[in-house]
Structures are given as C-alpha cells and as structure tokens.
Design a protein around this ligand. Sequence first.
Ligand code: 13P
Ligand code: SF4
Length: 305
Amino acid sequence: MNNELIEKIKKLNQQHNAVILAHNYQRPEIQDLADFTGDSLGLSIKAAETDADVIVFCGVKFMAETAVILSPQKTVLLPDENAGCPLADMITADQLRDLKKKHPDALVVCYVNSSAEVKAESDYCCTSANAVEVVNSLPKNKPIIFVPDQNLGQFVIEKTGRDLILWPGYCHVHVVITEEDIKNAKAKHPDAIVMAHPECTRPVKALSDELLSTGQMLRYAKQSEAEQFIIATETGIIHTLKTQNPRKEFFPATDKAVCPNMKRITLEKILWSLQELQYKVTVPRDVRLKAKKALDRMVEILPRK
Ligand code: 13P
Ligand code: SF4
C-alpha cells in the first residue's frame, strides 16, 4: 500500500518539478520519502536555494510560510491546512506591536516558530540552531525583545548573558517532558548522553548534557563516541537517529512528546496535495517583504555547529 502511494507521489513530484521537504518530527515514512529532511533552519535554507517549481512542505504552517517568504516565485503546498503550531499562535502581531510600544528602543528577535505577521514586526528571526549567535551579534547597548518561546529565550539568556524581554509562550509538546522523566531515563540508561531541545523547561535542560536543535542532535549523534542517547524532544526524530546510526541506541525521555500537528501530514495527503496542487500557502506582499528582512538577517548569521 505504502509502496504504491510512494511510487505515485514520486511520479507526480517529477512531473511538477517539485521537491518534498520534511521536518525531523514527521512520520517515519515521510522522512524516508522526502528529498530533504531537516530542522527549521536547514529547511529554510533549502527552501531558499532549491530550483524546484513546487515545494511540498511536510511540517507545520509557519515553516511553509517561511518557504513562501524566502521563495515567493514558487508554489508552496502544505498537505494539511490545519497543521499549525500552537506556540507560533501564542503571540499576534497586535500583541507584539503593543510590546514594542512599551520598549520603543528594543530590537525584536522572533523565533521562526511565529506567524509571517509577527516576523514582519521583528528585526531579526532565529531558529533554535542559531538563536545564541543572532542575539550575540546585536549591539550590547540595545534592549532585546525575544518572542514567543520563553524556554528558548531563557536558554539564550543563559548562553549570552543578555537580559532579554521574554514573552510567556511555550511549546505544549516539549513542556510535557518532566524532570522525573529525565531522572527515570538516566536511572535506566546511566551511560546515555541526554540531548534536549531548548524548548524544554529549565529543570529538564539543567539535567541534560547537550541542548541542541533537531538538526544539531542528528549531527551530534553521528559524531559522538557514545553509544546510548536519551532524547528530550518530539519522538519523531528517533526514526532518523536510528536509521543514521544503526549501532547506537536512542531512548525517548517520554513517549508523550508527540506533536499532533506534525503528525497530521500523511502519505495520502501528500499524494492528494500533488494531485490537486493544494493547499497553496500564501503571504500578502507587504507582510512578506517585511518578514523577509528579518529572515534574511537570520540566514546571513551562521548557525551553531
Ligand atoms: P528545530 O528547528 O530544532 O527542528 O525545532 C522546530 C520545532 O518546531 C521544535 O519544536
Ligand atoms: Fe510547534 Fe511544538 Fe509542534 Fe514544534 S513541537 S511544531 S514548537 S507545537
């Protein structure tokens, strides 16, 4: 069944000169099928560079919007129009404008997990892979507003020593991972390295060995001498970690860390998306041009390796 679907998808993909981009949290069969799988930063760079006419974005809406902003001449498809990111929805452009009024001298850094309208109100964008570099590149005398994820923001404060103005947003998938989960996993696998995403809560991060974006986790696992790893992020990444490192072991900190929006994308929906060229993601021109400035500044700043 899957093979038949995959063959049909590949054929249509070629016919439309399309490229399938998938986030590291996608279902295993989608990560295997994709032309490129990566973290938010890697996917943004691919979207900007590809010469395909159509991008089928297997991820959530803000990621597809980012592809539109960076490559407006391309058709960007999101196979499920309801695949959103509740974290991105935790701040609106109006709320950010109000915050800017309270801190008129501040520069605004927004996490890529945000709407196009919020990006348009921001000076810089960042992902979890380069948030520290982006903040470190800003003038020392300037206050900085950081939206919308308070947990990533807290991590950036600790790494840079800068006093950021935070917004109380959070990712509901990462905050379900508890200190208890990490302690239990460590008790079961005492030699394992704990890799956590910066969206995890502070106590979870304090118990972890490495704080990394999903792309950085994949690189770290390949290069590390360690043989066992506890993974404190969405469990979808474990598929690719295992595929790329067949002799190493990977244990989720908890099976509860599953992003329902990421899992909305299925092979059936990808096929439908290519057949109907739906759902086309669009961003109004004025918003797109303003948001692009914040994203371009981000893409110029090198990510943490
Ligand atoms: P990455 O950029 O690390 O892949 O994270 C994206 C995300 O949505 C985390 O929840
Ligand atoms: Fe958004 Fe969290 Fe899902 Fe990432 S894991 S897409 S931040 S809800």
